[in-house]
Design a protein around this ligand. Structure first.
Ligand code: NMX
Ligand code: MLT
Length: 438
């Protein structure tokens, strides 16, 4: 069977040719206007970035190389005895544009397991952090420190040529994806279960099988399957989201993949982005506490208005691009529907009831352009049901996942020779002067 590297070696010249042709034939084709609203509105809607692995449609949601989430659920290999997408099969798809066989996926799982061990100095560094340091801060710092062994940085110092950039970028990206579970699990152990031993990496297990094991949940097959689905689905959400965009920007300076992804993690750690899953759980539990046992739609409605009137956002609702319920939210809800223990779980029932009420309340409130749930509206609540209740940790799991897509694009950016990202900014005075020009 063809290896990941050989598959990529065949895919790259085709894409390079496509880019060359696009540039030569359509370099001056206008794709859209830039309005003052775009400049002061967080560049929302501006088509200004190349991103190969996925495209987000406002209504239909995400497609990975053209495949929707249900398509991926049909064709991407699962773990033996399992049903959910293996994140390494998603990684293969994102990197190469091709669906891997079960055998190719197994080979990639093995490679990741073989490369998963952390260097001793990173273990010591992470062990020295105070337990009170937010797990996301720990993850970002650990990832940055892993750049000690960056293949890209070492080769750059030796004067590597541009055509070699992508191969060293790929090695760093694979090593980092391999090491993330051990790093993330160590942080979990140190903060929530200090003193307990961490199991070693099992070469016959998949990435999430090992991650779940190291978190202490290996025996819970249902949670492990949920984590596989969660990590596969959060892997990529086109390029404009704050974390993926940050990785892309930082890497465009030829900063190595570890530093680039460390920066991305600190963007993911914001409450408007990845931290929202932690915020959703906090908010739903506060709602549960206040409303007691008999939670009616009417009471939820009142609670939603209380949140909005206090000037807070409803966490897990709204989106920068989506204008429909997030298909990742739907896929996670379907996972819950397929398991009786989740279907009758009080926290999942509350998520469902909130979904039945919140869109109308948000429409009446009239501010958000998207009154529907995003993936964070449910993702953390499922973890909570399974007993993984430490909600400050939830964004770390998102961080293990987003590496799949954000790092894939670094490989493509270097293979395609994309330049330093450097948009033009304008001051308000400069904008007014431009507007006044005859
Ligand atoms: N609850 C209340 N108000 C909202 C919400 C919401 N869920 N979503 C947007 N708004 C407000 C928003 O604050 C803004 O108000 P103002 O004009 O006073 O500044 C107005 O509606 C227009 O915002 P939009 O253009 O609809 O949203 P934008 O693209 O700026 O932001 C989010 C997108 C996702 C940041 C925003 O919807 C939000 O804050 N949602 C809650 C947090 C969340 O769930 N984030 C997770 C995103 C997904 N992820 O995984 O990263
Ligand atoms: C994501 O997965 O990155 C979020 O849905 C946010 C986004 O796409 O902007």
């Amino acid at each position: 069977t063809k290896s990941l590297r050989d598959t990529l070696k065949e895919a790259i010249p085709i894409k390079q040719e496509q880019l060359k042709k696009l540039k030569a034939e359509h370099g001056n084709t206008v794709v859209g206007d830039v309005k003052v609203d775009n400049i002061i509105g967080g560049m929302r809607g501006l088509k200004a970035m190349l991103w190969e692995a996925s495209v987000l449609d406002p209504i239909e949601g995400i497609r990975f190389h053209g495949l929707s989430i249900p398509d991926c659920q049909k064709v991407l290999p699962a773990a033996p005895g399992g049903k959910e997408i293996l994140p390494e099969s998603m990684l293969w798809l994102l990197l190469t544009g091709q669906v891997p066989t079960a055998e190719q996926t197994r080979e990639l799982s093995r490679e990741l397991a073989e490369k998963g061990q952390l260097p001793k100095f990173v273990e010591d560094l992470v062990d020295s952090f105070p337990k009170t340091l937010h797990p996301m801060t720990q993850l970002g710092m650990g990832v940055a420190a892993l750049n000690h062994d960056s293949s890209f940085q070492a080769a750059y110092e030796k004067g590597m040529k541009k055509p070699e950039y992508w191969t060293h970028t790929l090695e760093d990206c694979i090593n980092l994806i391999a090491q993330l579970p051990a790093l993330a699990a160590r942080i979990y152990r140190n903060v929530y279960n200090p003193g307990t031993p961490l199991p070693g990496i099992n070469k016959d297990l998949d990435l999430v099988g090992n991650y779940s094991n190291m978190l202490g949940y290996g025996a819970n097959e249902s949670l492990t399957e949920y984590l596989r689905l969660y990590i596969a689905l959060h892997g990529d959400h086109e390029g404009g989201n704050a974390s993926a965009h940050t990785a892309h920007l930082v890497n465009s300076t030829l900063s190595d993949p570890y530093l680039s992804y460390s920066a991305a993690l600190f963007a993911l750690a914001g409450p408007l982005h990845g931290l929202a899953n932690q915020e959703v759980l906090r908010w739903q539990i506060a709602m549960q506490k206040e409303l007691g046992t008999d939670i009616t739609h009417e009471k939820i409605k009142e609670y939603l208005w209380k949140t909005l009137k206090s000037g807070q956002v409803v966490p897990g609702y709204g989106h920068g691009v989506l204008r429909n319920p997030d298909p990742r939210f739907i896929a996670l809800q379907e996972f819950c529907d397929s398991r009786p223990e989740l279907k009758s779980s009080p926290i999942i029932e509350l998520v469902n009831k909130t979904f039945q009420v919140a869109p109308d309340v948000l429409k009446e409130h009239g501010k958000t352009k998207n009154p529907y749930p995003n993936v964070d509206a449910t993702s953390g609540c499922v973890l909570y049901h399974y007993g993984l209740t430490e909600f400050k940790y939830y964004t770390v799991i998102f961080g293990v996942s987003r590496a799949l897509g954000a790092l894939t694009q670094l490989v493509w950016a270097r293979a395609l020779g994309l330049p330093l990202e450097r948009p033009k900014s304008m001051s308000m005075d400069a904008l007014e002067a431009f507007i006044k020009k005859p």
